[in-house]
Design a binder for this molecule. Structure first.
Ligand code: IPM
Ligand code: MG
Length: 368
């Protein structure tokens, strides 16, 4: 069996420093579990633009299509704010998602026991929280045509984006949600705005169709996305799996992330359909952004990126036990009281650095 292959794209801002900690975890598996990965590293986002004039070269895109999994840090930064839209760092990420056809974006929001008093919500609202948002990632208003900024023929301009979903696009992400729910709490809540959007009506009907024809054993409910946002903050534990479109998923997953106390804790997986070898095309990345304000200072929390690698072990390589090991080590260091700066309130405690946090997690995994 060849080694599993990984393409690592650290990207911009804190991306490289959190990814350096992931490399320690990857190396740990080589030393301790006889599990070596063939790792290639490349550029995406602003750093790719600086070197090549594009946020993602065709060569990097081709590599991403070939490997078993892509790990990405973060893209973007104020330095690139004035770039033309077509070469903004974010376009690199969107191109990867679109061309790899990564339609199902899994964003878990899990509250670690050690951090349940850190959420801005009451402890009883978030303690033990474990929900999964599945965001459609390759269609909807992010990609719909027509789009652009045009003359409105009255002397002004008009900005246009199009929300567009097809039966197939809705059904395939709904199936991902139902499959995942079966392995968890067996409940799916679908969110749209069927009260004001035709695409929302179709979304609701198609999710219901998939349920009635293929997943009657899973409990399905529907909610308008605004009410869903409210319920997420009011009593998030009512949810198990939430499935929603690209834009609502972007917003709802940030809200859900904050329930857990820190955006610096949350990983994500973006998956395509299974390929011939049984593996889906896959990209793993932390939910947090590039945080340019703290980049290069050793303040960033590497946990979201490390947990993203754990998701790769689980969803690309079917190595659930190895994923458990990484997640267990994260829980252990948090229980020991180790905190990066983002996880400290006003208690006046000393934060640990990015690399100390990575070292502690690797140490908690045991072995050599
Ligand atoms: C996310 C981010 C991206 C998005 C940006 C960086 C393009 O906010 O992954 O949630 O809007 O999808
Ligand atoms: Mg977002």
């Amino acid at each position: 069996m060849p080694n599993p292959s990984l393409l690592i794209l650290p990207g911009d801002g804190i991306g490289p420093e959190v990814m350096a900690e992931v490399r320690k975890v990857i190396d740990w598996f080589g030393t301790n579990k006889n599990l070596s990965f063939d790792v290639t590293e490349d550029l995406v986002g602003g750093c790719a633009y600086d070197k090549h004039g594009t946020p993602l070269t065709d060569e990097t895109m081709a590599l991403a299509q070939k490997v078993d999994a892509v790990l990405l840090g973060a893209v973007g930064g104020p330095k690139y704010d004035d770039l033309d839209f077509s070469v903004k760092p974010e376009r690199g990420l969107l191109r990867l998602r679109k061309e790899m056809d990564l339609f199902a974006n899994l964003r878990p929001a899990q509250c670690f026991d050690a951090l349940s008093d850190f959420s801005s919500l009451k402890q009883e609202v978030v303690a033990g929280l474990d929900i999964m948002i599945i965001r459609e990632l390759t269609s909807g208003i992010y990609f719909g045509e027509p789009r652009g900024i045009m003359d409105d023929n009255e002397g002004g301009r008009v900005g246009v984006n199009t929300q567009r979903y097809t039966t197939n696009e809705i059904r395939r992400v709904a199936r991902s949600a139902f499959e995942l729910a079966r392995k968890r709490g067996n409940k799916v809540c679908s969110m749209e705005k069927a009260n004001v959007m035709e695409s929302g009506i179709l979304w609701r009907e198609e999710v219901q169709w998939v349920h009635d024809n293929e997943y009657q054993d899973v409990e399905l409910s529907h909610m308008y996305a605004d009410a869903g946002a409210m319920q997420l903050v009011r009593w998030p534990k009512q949810f198990d799996v939430i499935v929603t479109d690209n834009l609502f998923g972007d917003l709802l997953s940030d809200a859900a992330a904050m329930l857990t106390g820190s955006l610096g804790m949350l990983p994500s997986a973006s998956l395509g359909a299974p390929q011939e070898n049984g593996r889906p095309k896959a990209l793993y990345e932390p939910v947090h952004g590039s945080a340019p304000d703290i980049a290069g200072q050793g303040k960033a929390n590497p946990i979201a990126c490390i947990l993203s690698f754990a998701m790769a072990l689980r969803y690309s390589f079917d190595m659930g036990e190895h994923a458990d090991l990484v997640e267990g080590a994260v829980e252990a260091v948090l229980a020991q009281g180790l905190r990066t700066a983002d996880l400290l309130g006003d208690e006046g405690k000393q934060p640990v650095s990015t690399s100390d946090m990575g070292d502690a997690i690797v140490a908690a995994m045991g072995g050599n």
